[in-house]
Design a binder for this molecule. Structure first.
Ligand SMILES: [Fe+2]
Length: 403
């Protein structure tokens, strides 16, 4: 994150003695790009290298589904049953070498600590509140938050209520789009959000506890569990530019225009060969001749997945909260028959959706296969298909305005 934060106690300068009750604390530099990128410096009560026991390594196995036919797809995730915890309950939907997209409805709270040692994470909180407890301090979260967790952050969830997440994991970095930042990192006028909308850890609670603690680390395509004899949240202070943070989708300020604004106007994060966009309630295009919903388009180098968060999708009978549409490369897509005409004169949309466009093809999982409605592909052809437009709604409230 391109702005400086400090929590707890840190010494006057970097790399000088820092003691607590006479004991020299352990300074840890967590940084990117070989000591030239963003970094944070943490001061631990114990050495973070101190491992009591190596526990098991479990390789990540992906159950790929290779469909017999290439087509647009619609996956319904609303009724997926809770399973596992906030980490083990991540159920992979689609992936490529740049990003893995999972749905998570945990059935229980994790009883270990987790660290992603090979990727950044964005956890979109669809349902639930709670606190992501981390080595950098507490990160409270609520419905609609994107929790951005840089690699190397040790954390665990302290959830309140039922939870539902859409999780993105990437070997690349999650960044704020370059065009939103000036050369010093401040978010510019015209960006759809501001530094004030970004919420770093709020409170550092140093835990002084000895015992036996399991830390599961995602590394080398699997999960390695380490047992340590000190509580991992033993940091007395840290400062720097690298830390977990949240941004609420409800704080995204939509950019609208007289005629249609393209999807990059909704961009929220930049990844390595993918983007994450937020489609938020907003006024629609206001030119009297405008067609407020998008043109058909062929994103010739992209695959587009959209996760429907809230709103009334009444004009697309098959799409509901928790639905995911996937428009893969090689095929054009656009509004269903009749929708362009129907959209004329509409002034606003109340839908909320999260989109991920990847620049390389996505593979699908067998879990996704089980959620595929199998008929979405013909909704442009057959008005009786599940997703055909409904003539009854002219309010715009149910207009799927971003396809
Ligand atoms: Fe699209």
């Amino acid at each position: 994150m391109p702005f400086y934060q400090r929590l707890g106690e840190v010494p006057r300068k970097r790399h000088i003695q820092f003691r607590e009750n006479g004991t020299l604390l352990t300074e840890e530099v967590m940084g990117l790009e070989g000591f030239t990128g963003n970094e944070s410096i943490l001061y631990h009560l114990s050495s973070p290298c101190r491992v009591m026991k190596l526990d098991g390594f479990n390789e990540i196995k992906r159950d790929e589904w290779v469909p017999d036919q290439h087509a647009h797809r619609h996956f319904k995730t609303a009724d997926v049953k809770p399973e596992g915890d906030e980490i083990s309950g991540r159920r992979l939907l689609m992936w490529n070498n740049d990003v893995e997209i999972s749905l998570c409805r945990p059935a229980k709270q994790m009883d270990y600590f987790f660290r992603n040692g090979e990727g950044d994470e964005v956890i979109f909180v669809h349902e639930g509140t709670g606190t992501l407890q981390t080595t950098f301090g507490d990160v409270p979260y609520k419905e609609g938050d994107y929790i951005v967790v840089p690699r190397g952050t040790t954390y665990r969830f302290d959830p309140v209520g039922a939870q539902r997440y859409l999780v993105f994991e990437t070997p690349g970095l999650i960044e704020i789009p370059r065009r939103y930042r000036n050369q010093y990192g401040q978010l510019v006028e015209g960006a759809p959000y501001y530094n004030r909308d970004i919420h770093p850890p709020t409170e550092l609670r140093t835990v002084r506890e000895q015992g036996e603690f399991a830390v599961k680390v995602r590394v080398r395509g699997g999960y390695q569990t380490y047992l340590v004899d000190y509580h991992p949240f033993d940091v007395v202070g840290w400062d720097g530019y690298l830390y977990p943070w949240t941004f609420s989708v409800h704080d995204f300020e939509p950019i609208t225009g007289r005629i249609h604004q393209p999807p990059p106007s909704h961009q929220t994060f930049a990844g390595q060969n993918f983007v994450i966009c937020s489609f938020c309630p907003r006024k629609l295009d206001f030119d009297p001749e405008a067609v407020p919903i998008p043109y058909h388009h062929s994103n010739l180098q992209s695959e587009e997945m959209i996760y429907y968060v809230s709103g009334n999708f009444g004009s697309r009978k098959g799409v509901e909260v928790g639905s995911i549409t996937l428009h893969p490369s090689g095929l054009p897509h656009g509004p269903q028959p009749g929708l362009a005409e129907k959209s004329i004169g509409l002034h606003e949309t109340h839908e909320l959706a999260v989109m991920c466009d990847t620049f390389n093809p996505l593979k699908l999982s067998k879990f996704a296969k089980g959620l595929d409605d199998g008929v979405y592909w013909r909704s442009w052809y057959d008005s009786s298909a599940a997703d055909a437009p409904d003539d009854g709604d002219a309010s715009g409230a149910g207009l799927t305005s971003h396809l």
